[in-house]
Design a protein around this ligand. Structure first.
Ligand SMILES: *[C@@H]1O[C@H](CO)[C@@H](O)[C@H](O)[C@H]1NC(C)=O
Ligand SMILES: *[C@@H]1O[C@H](CO)[C@@H](O)[C@H](O)[C@H]1NC(C)=O
Ligand SMILES: *[C@@H]1O[C@H](CO)[C@@H](O)[C@H](O)[C@H]1NC(C)=O
Ligand SMILES: *[C@@H]1O[C@H](CO)[C@@H](O)[C@H](O)[C@H]1NC(C)=O
Ligand SMILES: *[C@@H]1O[C@H](CO)[C@@H](O)[C@H](O)[C@H]1NC(C)=O
Ligand SMILES: *[C@@H]1O[C@H](CO)[C@@H](O)[C@H](O)[C@H]1NC(C)=O
Length: 389
C-alpha cells in the first residue's frame, strides 16, 4: 500500500519541520560504518525467515505475516509493506469499525504506553485491485510505544501506532495492520539495525499455487532463486521510497515514443496491481488490445470482455539500469493481464494496470516473478528470477 504520508514526509523534511514524524528518518544505519555502532560486534544479529500468507481473492493481492507485540507477546498479522514507513495495527481502542480483525489488547500488555497523538494516514493504493476513490483507504492512528519482535528478533520498545478508526475498505483484510518497510528503515527495523542486524531484507512473494512465501529480515535466502542478483541503485533523494529510474517500457517486445521515455518507478510490496499515469497506461493498453477500455464504475480501472482475454499476449518489459551501467528488464508475463471479473459486471475482466496520474508503481504482479532484495545499507535493490517460476 502506498502511503501518501511518504510524500508528506518529503514535504515536511523539506520544510525542516519533522517534529510530527516519529523516529524520524533513521539514516544513521546507512551513514555510520557498522563497526562504529555501539555493541554491533557483541550482538551481531543473524537473519531470520518469516513465513508469509497470501491474501487471495481470485487473484493474489497481498502477503502478510506475524509480528509479536507487547508483554506478554500478542500475535498480530501485518502486511510487510515497502510503500509506507510506519507500523500501525488495530487495537482494542478501535471498536465496531475494526470488528472483523484481530485487535491488539492494550490493557493486556504491561509494556504498552499510549502516546495520545492522533492523526490520519491516507493511502494512494489500497488492499485490493480496485482503484482508490474518495479517500476510501484512511486510518486514524494513535501514537504509542511497546515491545515488538519479528521472527524471534526482539526490537525492544519502539514507536508505533494503534489503529483507532478505519474506513470500511479495510474490513475484508485478513490482517490487522501494516508494517512499513520504507528504504529509510523506521521502527522495529531501525531498532534491529542498531542492534547489529544487517541493513537489508529480502522477499520471496509467490503466487498462491506455489506458496511458501517468505520475508527474510537481515539477509538473503539463496535457496529461493537461481542465478545472480542484479542490483540497481536508488536515486539520491528517494526519502524513504523504494524507487528506480526506468528509461523504457516495452510491450510484447516493442516500444513507442510514449513508452520509450524515462520515468521513476516505485516498488510497493503492499500493492497487487500496477499504477501508471493515464498516458502511459493507455499507450500500453493500445499495444495489447483495442478491447481494453476504461471501466466507468471504477475511475482508473480498465477492463475487457472476459471471453477475449485468455491467451492475449501482454508481456511487459520494464527496463532499468544495473549498478554496472547495463540495461536489464523486469518482465511481467502475459498471464498477469487478467485480474478477474468485476463484481458489478462479471462479463468484463479487469486488466492489471490502473491509471493514476503522477504515480508510476509496480506491485505483486511483478514481485511474483522475482526474488527481491531491499538493501537499505547500500540504498539499492536486487532482483533474480524466482527459482520456481
Ligand atoms: C500467524 O499466527 C497464527 C497463530 O497465532 C497462525 O495460525 C498463522 O498461521 C500464522 N501466520 C503465518 C503467516 O505464519
Ligand atoms: C483485554 O485484556 C484485559 C486484561 O487482561 C481483559 O480483562 C480484557 O477482557 C481483554 N479484552 C479483550 C477484548 O480481550
Ligand atoms: C470513524 O471513521 C468514520 C469514517 O470512516 C467516521 O464516520 C466516524 O465518525 C469515525 N468515528 C470516530 C469515533 O471518530
Ligand atoms: C528488454 O526488453 C526489450 C523488449 O522486449 C528488448 O528489446 C531488450 O533487448 C531487453 N533488454 C535486455 C537487456 O534484455
Ligand atoms: C528510445 O529513445 C532513445 C533516445 O532517448 C533512442 O536512442 C532509442 O533508439 C529509442 N529506442 C527505441 C526502441 O525506440
Ligand atoms: C504523462 O503524464 C504525466 C503525468 O500526467 C506527465 O508527467 C508526463 O509528462 C506525460 N508524459 C508524456 C510523454 O506526455
Amino acid at each position: 500500500m502506498l502511503s501518501i504520508f511518504i510524500f508528506e514526509l518529503v514535504a515536511l523534511a523539506a520544510a525542516a519541520d519533522v517534529s510530527v514524524v516519529p523516529n524520524t528518518v533513521s539514516l544513521g544505519s546507512r551513514k555510520v560504518p557498522r563497526a562504529q555502532i555501539p555493541g554491533w560486534r557483541r550482538r551481531n544479529l543473524r537473519a531470520v525467515n518469516v513465513p508469509l500468507d497470501d491474501f487471495f481473492l481470485q487473484t493474489d493481492l497481498q502477503w502478510f505475516g506475524n509480528i509479536s507485540v507487547g508483554t506478554p507477546p500478542q500475535t498480530i498479522p501485518v502486511v510487510f509493506d515497502t510503500g509506507s514507513p510506519f507500523l500501525e495495527f488495530v487495537s482494542t481502542q478501535c471498536g465496531a469499525p475494526c470488528a472483523s480483525q484481530i485487535a491488539f489488547n492494550i490493557s493486556a500488555s504491561s509494556t504498552f504506553v499510549d502516546g495520545g497523538e492522533e492523526q490520519t494516514l491516507d493511502f494512494a493504493t489500497g488492499g485490493g485491485v480496485d482503484p482508490v476513490v474518495d479517500n476510501n483507504y484512511v486510518l486514524t492512528i494513535r501514537s504509542a510505544k511497546d515491545t515488538v519482535s519479528v521472527g524471534g528478533l526482539d526490537a525492544g520498545v519502539i514507536d508505533l501506532f494503534t489503529v483507532v478508526n478505519q474506513t470500511a475498505a479495510f474490513d475484508i483484510d485478513p490482517y490487522s495492520g501494516i508494517q512499513g518497510m520504507s528504504s529509510d528503515a523506521q521502527g522495529f527495523f531501525a531498532a534491529l539495525i542498531n542492534k547489529g542486524l544487517p541493513a537489508l531484507f529480502s522477499m520471496y512473494i509467490t503466487p498462491k499455487a506455489i506458496g511458501n512465501a517468505e520475508l527474510t529480515i537481515g539477509g538473503i535466502d539463496y535457496s529461493k532463486f537461481h542465478g545472480d542478483l542484479i542490483y540497481s541503485s536508488l536515486p539520491s533523494g528517494s526519502e524513504g521510497a523504494w524507487q528506480l529510474p526506468s528509461p523504457q517500457v516495452s510491450i510484447n517486445g516493442k516500444t513507442t515514443k510514449e513508452l520509450n521515455t524515462s520515468r521513476t518507478i516505485i516498488f510497493d510490496s503492499g500493492t497487487s496491481n500496477i499504477l501508471f499515469s493515464t498516458n502511459t497506461t493507455e499507450a500500453i493498453y493500445a499495444m495489447i488490445s483495442s478491447d481494453i477500455k476504461p471501466f466507468a464504475a471504477e475511475p482508473g480501472a480498465y477492463g475487457m470482455p472476459c471471453s477475449k482475454i485468455s491467451g492475449l499476449p501482454a508481456k511487459i518489459d520494464i527496463t532499468f539500469t544495473s549498478q554496472r551501467g547495463r540495461p536489464f528488464n523486469l518482465t511481467i508475463p502475459s498471464g498477469e493481464l487478467n485480474v478477474g471479473p468485476f463484481k458489478s459486471d462479471p462479463s468484463t475482466c479487469q486488466t492489471l494496470i490502473n491509471a493514476f496520474d503522477g504515480l508510476d508503481l509496480v506491485g505483486g504482479s511483478l514481485f511474483k516473478h522475482y526474488y527481491s532484495v531491499w538493501d537499505i545499507g547500500n540504498q539499492r535493490m536486487g532482483f533474480a528470477p524466482n527459482g520456481e517460476s
